[in-house]
Structures are given as C-alpha cells and as structure tokens.
Design a protein. Structure first.
Lengths: 277, 117
C-alpha cells in the first residue's frame, strides 16, 4: 500500500502544483470566471488519460512501441511553451501592478486568452495521467490483495490534490507582487525541468546523441524516492542527468530569466511573442 | 489573433517535428533483437549481455496480469508495457559498462541489468 501511495503521489504532484498555481493566479487577477477553463482543461486531460490508458491495451506494433513516447514528448514540449508564455504574462501583470495600472491589467487579462490556462491544465493532467491510470488499473486487475494497494494509489492522488489545494489557499494569502514573483520563478524552473526531461527522453529514444550522466546522486536522493519525486516536480531534479540535459536546463533558465526579468520599459502589452526563444 | 496564432503555430511545429522524428526512429529499426520476459513481477533474464557501441532492440513481453513500467535511469527510458503485450524498446548504442533498470511498479522484485562489453 505504501509503495503505490508513493508512486501515484509522485506522478500527480506536478499536476497538482501546476493546477494550484493556475487557480490562484486566476483568483489573484480577479478572473474567477476563468476557473471553468482550468477545470475543463483538467477534466479533458483526465478523460484523455483514461482513453490512452485503455487505448494502449488495444494497440500493437510500431504504434504501441513508439506512439506513447511521442505523445509524451510532444505534451512535454507543448507544456514548456505554454508555461513559458504564462510566466511571461504573469511578469507583465506584476509590472503593471507595481506601476498601479489596474486598467492595463484588465486589458492584459483580455489579451491573455483564458483558453491558454485550460490548455496548461490539460497538459499538466495528461502528462502523467495515462501512466497513473495504467498503474491503478493494473493494481486492481491483479488478483489477490490488490485492494490495499489500490486504496494506497487513490490516497496518493488525493494527497497530491490536497497539496494543490494548499498551494491555492496559500497563494490567496500572499501579496499580489510576491505571488507573481514567486510563481513566475516556480513555473520557470518547472518548465526548465520539463524541457530537460523531454531532452532526456529524446536521448533515450536515440533521436538525440546520447552522453554519459554528468553526475550520479542516486545514493543521496533517488529519482524513485518521494523527496526525489517532489524535487523533480518542483525544479526538475534528476539523479543522473546527462551533459545535454544540464546544458538545456541552464540555457533555458538563463534565456527565460533575461526575457522575464531584464530591466526595460514595459512593452506595449500584446505585441511581443514570449515563446520566441 | 497574432498571439494565439503564434502559440498554435508552435504546437503545430512541435507536432510536425515529433512525427518526423518518429518516422526516422522507425526507419532505423533494423537492429538485433533481444527477448526479455516479465513474469511474476521479475525480469527474465535479469542479466542481458550486449555488444557495446551498437544499438539493439529489447523485445519485452509482459506475461503478468498487470502492466509494468520498464524504467532505466541512464539512458533515460521509461516504457509502460500493458499486461499480455509484447513491445519493442530500442536501446541506443551503449559504452562498455553496466546499465541497471527496474520495473517501476514492482521495483523490489523486478530488477535487471544490461551489461555492454
């Protein structure tokens, strides 16, 4: 029971983190009407997860061999693009708030199409969702004493959801500017981790050149441990990253920091494209 | 339209790239195949000797009633193998050395190592 609890908590943690941040963001900018986009996005992500979880049972051949991998990598890269875009928007809002330009926040809100937050919610849930579905379904399907494990698995997801809720509640208490700066950094690190993780997958598929792990901290904090899972969700921690993973991570953080935090006059909202880099 | 168009354009570009990569990946699939069986939450064999420097394909059959996730840390390969299915997992060329992997859903028992020499 304990083992399945850890597996599902780890898988669902990142989704809970993202959903918690997105809901609080909408609450903060007074766009509670946007909640339904997030809920719908998450719901569609869940349905897609169930669909894929059931679907792989019917696939065979190359479609089964590489299909799920490709979907995973595409969802990861899409999530990186969407989260970067969102971080840029949050940064724009923070600037406007600092300069007391409430009316421009409303303009910005109108410009930041709310379906994007729905898409972010979708990628967050769908990314690990199919695996979690397969995992839980497998436990139930296995005969003998599976129910304790299944309860552990469901409890793991519930616990992750509680963490997401706690982030939402906590986010409501933070001051607006602090909330924006903290979550922008969180989202940036999360996206950097996702990007390097996608690179690692592509290396594993032989589509990017393979390199030795740069270091190995498995002895200190394994990827399979609960703490390792949390750190992986938060900042993209890996026990054995390759040189390419580390380079991509660092390059992303530097480029996006420049994009987000470089001192400059506030750009007219609506013309710059944040996913350019 | 400009902003949302650019996001959509990105997603589309990524999708096209992924499909291209996939086709390349499938086209390369003429590598030696090595069978690997999952049974009673264990890998059989649990030591797989391969030639270093040459890619190969693990043909993994899951004979158990539940799915298992092939999980290797370095190089990073994660693959869910549904119950009763056989899947091909392509492993890129490895340098001489030991490459342990686990079945993530039963990590206490499902442990094995690829030895490249």
């Amino acid at each position: 029971m304990g083992a399945t609890f850890v597996v599902t908590l780890r898988e669902a943690f990142e989704a809970a983190l993202v959903l918690g941040i997105i809901y609080s963001y909408l609450g903060k900018i007074g766009a509670r009407d946007g909640f339904s986009y997030v809920t719908r996005g998450g719901g569609v992500g869940l349905l897609a997860s169930l669909g894929m979880g059931v679907g792989v049972g019917y696939l065979s051949g190359p479609l089964l061999d590489v299909g799920p991998d490709i979907v995973t990598v595409v969802v990861m890269l899409a999530a990186v693009a969407l989260l970067t875009w969102h971080a840029w928007w949050m940064q724009q809002h923070a600037r406007l708030i600092k300069s007391n330009m409430q009316h421009r926040i409303d303009e910005a809100r109108a410009g930041n199409r709310l379906w994007v937050v729905g898409l972010i919610a979708f990628t967050a849930v769908f990314r690990e969702g199919a695996e979690t579905v397969l995992f839980l379904w497998g436990i139930v399907a296995q005969s003998g004493g599976g129910w304790g494990s299944a309860i552990g698995g469901v409890a793991g997801v519930a616990c992750a959801a509680a963490i997401g809720w706690a982030i939402f509640r906590g986010g409501q208490r933070l001051s607006l500017t602090r909330f924006f700066s903290v979550t922008t950094i969180f989202i940036m690190l999360l996206a950097a981790g996702l990007l390097s993780s996608a690179v690692a997958r592509l290396q594993g598929m032989g589509l990017l050149p393979l390199s030795e792990p740069l270091w190995n901290t498995s002895w200190l904090l394994g990827d399979g441990s609960l703490a390792g899972g949390f750190l992986s969700g938060l900042i993209g921690y890996r026990a054995q990253p390759t040189l390419l993973e580390v380079c991509v991570y660092v390059a992303y953080v530097i480029l996006v920091s420049l994009l987000l935090f470089a001192r400059r006059t506030p750009a007219p909202v609506g013309f710059a494209s944040p996913t350019r880099s | 339209m400009g902003r949302s168009g650019s996001v959509r354009g990105w997603v589309l570009r990524l999708a096209v790239m992924a499909v291209t990569l996939a086709v390349v990946g499938i086209a390369q699939a003429a590598d030696p195949e090595i069978p690997l069986v999952i049974e009673k939450n264990r890998f059989e064999p649990d030591v797989i000797k391969v030639k270093a420097g040459a890619p190969f394909v693990l043909v993994i059959t899951n004979k158990d009633k539940g799915p298992e996730e092939f999980d290797m840390q370095s190089p990073r390969i994660e693959k869910v193998i549904p119950a009763g299915k056989t899947m091909k997992v392509r492993i890129p060329a490895l340098k001489p050395g030991k490459y342990p992997f686990v079945g993530e859903y039963h990590a206490e028992t499902a442990k094995a190592t690829i030895v490249a020499e």
